[in-house]
Design a binder for this molecule. Sequence first.
Ligand SMILES: *Cc1c(COP(=O)(O)O)cnc(C)c1O
Length: 354
Amino acid sequence: MSNPRLEINCAKIHHNAHILFSRLGKKNISVTPVTKVCLGHPEIVQTLINAGADMIADSRIENIESMRHSGVTVPMMLIRSPMLSQASRVVQSCDISLNTELAAIKQLSKAASSSGRVHGVVIMIELGDLREGVMQDNLEDFISQIIYLPNIVLKGIGTNLTCRYGVDPDNDKMSNLSDLADEIERKFGITLDIVSGGNSANLNWALNNKKKTRINHLRLGEAIFLGCETLYQQTIDGLFTDAITLIAEVIESKEKPSLPWGNLCLNAFGEQQKILDRGNVSQAILAIGRQDVSILGLKPPIGVNIVASTSDHLIVETSDFSLTVGQEVRFQLNYSALLSSMSSPFIHKHLFEN
Ligand SMILES: *Cc1c(COP(=O)(O)O)cnc(C)c1O
């Protein structure tokens, strides 16, 4: 089989998605799977739809367009604020987008009007993680300016926490969002269909919450593909954490000194390390590197230590055994390793059922 490769077990992804849909469904929370980590891969998207997804979310218009081209017909949600320059593509392929800027929604309104479409918007609200979001003090004014724009429908509100600063989407934050939904509905005499509480970082809250809230929607990527939540990187009960694994091949294996010799300067990446003389070590080189994957996000098998990486090489040491040339080594991935390896054209994607 081709190396390096990602082994993508669609049955396990199906299982993870199905379990999350049903557990959260019992809490009246609908889940929209986020496909940016898999670039909208058609078979993976089909797996998610088979598991019960009635909408798909992605942050990139390119991924959404490619899903449309491969025949995906379910509603699509764009979860990064649209670029003004992409407004017409957005209304063409997406049913709903998450928004925080008046200029963008006006552009969407224009594009939707001229193509005879109606575009749904969810207004993202700043709750403290300081990424996208309308400041709460400006929310009423903001909504009053978009609510009557032609061919725009206000679908709801939402928030995104954790991604920048790790702010916990806890009870306080979710009550805050829930209260804002009530206030907006009262103030404008409308109904908000979607109150989107967040991403995989919301799962501890969502699965344990017993209070009634207005939060009825989550956008989930990591939890479906990696089986864990974001805040503490804990496995979610009953989910597979090995639905996707990365395999790389050994291209050199030798006993070498641990200490380099010569005049030591900066390496290819402008780094300089303190090096201890540990005598001779059993060192192997795998044919995968920084161009392919975020190395810090790789978890090697027991007995294999990652010691360095360059553009094309991953250097590992083993203590009780040595690797052989041609041998395959299997890695677990965190979110950043998953995102990068899925996006690398050099890594083969091997999908299978079971
Ligand atoms: C990526 C993303 C998500 C999904 O995040 P996960 O942690 O993978 O669940 C949700 N919402 C937005 C706005 C995103 O950009």
